[in-house]
Design a protein. Sequence first.
Length: 287
Amino acid sequence: MKKSYILLHIAVLLAGFTGVFGKLISLNEGLLVGYRVLFSSIILFIILKLFKISKDISLREKFNIARAGLLITIHWIFFYASIKYSNISVGVVSYCLTSLFTALFAPLLNKKQFNTSELLLSMLTLAGIALIFHFDSSYQLGIILGVISSAFAALYTIFNERLVTIYDSKLINYYQMIGGTLGLGILLPVYLYIFPVESILPSLKDIFYLIILASFCTVGLYVLFAESLKKISAFTVNLTFNLEPVYAIVMAFLFFNESKEVNIFFYIGLFFVITSVISQTIISIRK
C-alpha cells in the first residue's frame, strides 16, 4: 500500500507539469493532443518490445481498453482548450472537480450507494481551490471547458480501475494511446475545419516539448497512475490528484507570472486541499 501511495504522488508531481506544456506548446489543443497520443503510442510500443510484454489479447479486449483511451483523449482536449482560452491556473483549478464527479459517477456506474464522506471531502477540496484562485468573469469559457474535462477524467479513472486488475499497466496505456490516436485521427480533419490553423506540423521546439510531455507526463505518469489504482480506489486517486493544481499554480506563478502575489488565501486553500487528501488517505488505509 505504501508503495502505491508513493507511485501516486510521483504521478501527481508529473501531472503538475502538463498544464505548463500546454502553455509552452504553440499548437492548438486538438493537434497538441493528437501528437501527444501518437508519440506516446510509439514510446509505449518500444517499451513493450524492450520488456517483452505480450500484446496477444482478443480484439474485443483491445477495443474495451482503447475505448477508455478515448475518454482520456477527450479530457485532454478540453483541458488544454481551457488553458488556451484562459490560462494555466484556470485549467488546473477546474480539474479539482474530478474527485467530485468521481464521487457522483462511480456509485451510479458501479451500482453502489453514494459515499457521504467522499462528497464532503470533495466539497472541502473545492472550497480550498476556490480560495487559491479567485475566478474572473472573463475566464468563463475556460472554466466551462475545464469542468467538462474533469468530468471525462473522472469517467476515465472509473473505467481504468476495472482494467488494472486484469492487464499489465503498460499494455493498458499502449492500447489506450492507440485508441486515442485512431479516434482523434478520424475526428481531427473535422476539428481543424471548424478551428483552422496555419500549420499542422509542430516546430522543432514544439517537438522537443511534445517528446518530454509524451515520455514523462504521459507514459510515465499514466503507468504510475494505473499501478496505484491496483491498490487504491478511483476516488482516492482522483482526490490525491487535487494536489496537481497546487503544483501547477506555483509553476504558473514562477514561470508565467499569471497570478498576483500569493496571499493568505493561498495558504488557507492549500491547507483545505491537503487536509482532504490526508483524510481520505487515512480512511482508505483503515479500510
